[in-house]
Design a protein. Structure first.
Length: 277
């Protein structure tokens, strides 16, 4: 890995997949990669990493946001092949036997620690699990904020995510699509609850508070394939921040800001890995 051509941007975000069928992302820094969640098979993770030109031997640690299967199903096989440091919030490994058998370093949400030369700040989120968390990664003046699977943004989350150069934020569903869709009422209510998932509207409402003149990339995460569209998530963010869609599909939305860096809004998907830098 090299910083050539990246100016003073020390960190990169690689999203291998984000959605209810599997989640895995990688934070790239000068000393290697930090994996966030692993809800794919080892073969799928390797294929997607190689598509982005990443080397599996550069992974230095694996961090969990929470214990739902779409975030953890691939961890045991991955760790058997590539044993690295494992981190999870207190109580999370104990929710599943196969996680409890792994050598996790458990932390209290709110603490910070260093992995591969990157400062990792943890913060509580709100989901129907034991002890869910999000992360802020800082290195040499660069930063990435990462929050998915949360029914609302806690004060700690808002504080930690604010001003990150790259902000990866859940924008899970469009409320009218969810209410008019095929999901049973109890599942709709769970998604809409404070321990469910952020809607497009909720994420867009938070965006002006989180995006600063330092923010260059805003990535809509964990988009429902049944109850949302990437273009809807991008449009919601764009409208809240005064950005313009760059095409009729609404796949991205740029915002020029005078002499400062521009902002690009885009969506991460379930099936196509992307690099954000």
């Amino acid at each position: 890995m090299t910083d050539e051509g990246r100016g003073n941007r020390t960190l990169r975000l690689h999203v291998l997949g984000s959605g209810s069928k599997g989640n895995c992302a990688l934070i790239e820094g000068p000393q290697g990669l930090i994996m966030v969640d692993d809800g794919f098979s080892r073969r799928e993770v390797l294929a997607r990493m190689h598509t982005l030109g990443l080397d599996e031997h550069d992974v230095r640690a694996l961090l969990l946001t929470h214990e739902h299967t779409d975030h953890v199903s691939g961890i045991t096989v991955w760790h058997r092949a590539f044993p690295v440091e494992l981190y999870a919030s207190i109580g999370t490994p104990g929710t599943r036997r196969y996680l409890d058998e792994l050598p996790f370093c458990q932390f209290v949400p709110g603490v910070s620690f260093e992995v591969a030369g990157i400062s990792v700040r943890t913060f509580p989120t709100s989901h129907d699990v034991v002890n869910p968390v999000g992360f802020r990664f800082d290195c040499a003046g660069d930063s990435i904020g990462y929050a998915t699977d949360t029914g609302y943004l806690t004060d700690d989350a808002l504080d930690a995510l604010a001003g990150a150069r790259i902000l990866a934020l859940e924008s899970n569903h469009d409320v009218p699509m969810l209410r008019c869709g095929s999901y049973p009422r109890y599942l709709q209510d769970r998604i809409l609850s404070d321990s469910g998932h952020l809607s497009n509207a909720q994420a867009a409402e938070a965006a002006p508070r989180l995006v600063s003149e330092r923010t260059e990339q805003l990535v809509a995460m964990h988009i429902s394939q049944e109850n949302n569209r990437p273009s809807l998530a991008v449009r919601s963010f764009a409208e809240s921040l005064g950005a313009s869609l760059d095409d009729e599909l609404g796949s991205t939305a740029p915002l020029e800001r005078g002499d400062g860096p521009s902002l690009r809004i885009r969506a991460a998907g379930q099936n196509r890995p992307i690099t954000v830098d």
